[in-house]
Design a protein around this ligand. Structure first.
Ligand code: HEM
Length: 168
């Protein structure tokens, strides 16, 4: 039966893309961050989608778009848990079928994934960088150098202003 073939196959496909147990643990560890940025990633995606007639034509209006957006939120939250079980496979199949039924070509569907993932990766990288900068300590750290640099720059800029404020 096709179901059992797909269920067994998922492990091989996850391994193929590098989402083995370790990868799934890593994914789970950033689940709260993904959940935090998802609404914005999806909002951007649907905003963009609305400006592209080749894909916006699949929606009858904003109500349907909002419905798809909230369904999609659930799908991504499921991905973020890193549990790619039979329930996930079944849900993915249903979603894929829905898009095939409306006649959405895979290139748009896959492109859509790319647009959403781009926002998520950018925001996660920003979170990690912020966290890293906060944790930098000590005289030789980049953060400390930057602080010293800005302290140095302020007096220099201020002294440059002097002739303008006092031209004599
Ligand atoms: C250009 C890309 C896309 C277009 C034009 C599009 C369009 C649509 C449309 C018209 C629906 C039907 C809404 C309804 O049930 O009334 C839908 C549903 C849905 N879409 Fe998309 N979609 C796109 C990409 C994606 C992507 C990348 C995902 C990611 C998983 C996704 C997830 C969903 C989900 C979860 C549903 C609800 C399916 C259901 O429960 O039946 N879509 N989409």
């Amino acid at each position: 039966m096709e179901h059992s073939r797909d269920d067994g196959d998922i492990t091989a496909r996850l391994d193929f893309i590098g989402l083995d147990n370790k990868g799934r643990d890593a994914l789970r560890s950033v689940e709260p961050l993904i959940a935090k940025h998802l609404p914005e990633a999806l909002a951007r995606f649907y905003k963009k989608l609305a400006t592209v007639p080749a894909v916006s034509r699949f929606f009858s209006g904003s109500d349907q778009m909002n419905r798809a957006q909230s369904s999609q939120l659930g799908h991504w939250l499921a991905i973020a848990t890193g549990r790619f079980d039979a329930k996930y496979v079944e849900s993915s199949r249903r979603i894929g079928l829905r898009h095939a039924q409306i006649g959405l070509e895979p290139r748009w569907y896959i492109g859509g994934y790319g647009v959403i993932v781009e926002t998520l990766v950018t925001e996660l990288a920003r979170d990690f960088m912020d966290e890293h900068i906060k944790s930098l300590k000590g005289g030789s750290s980049t953060a400390s150098m930057m602080r010293k640099f800005s302290r140095l720059r302020c007096p220099i800029s201020a002294s440059r202003c002097q002739p303008w404020s006092n031209p004599s």
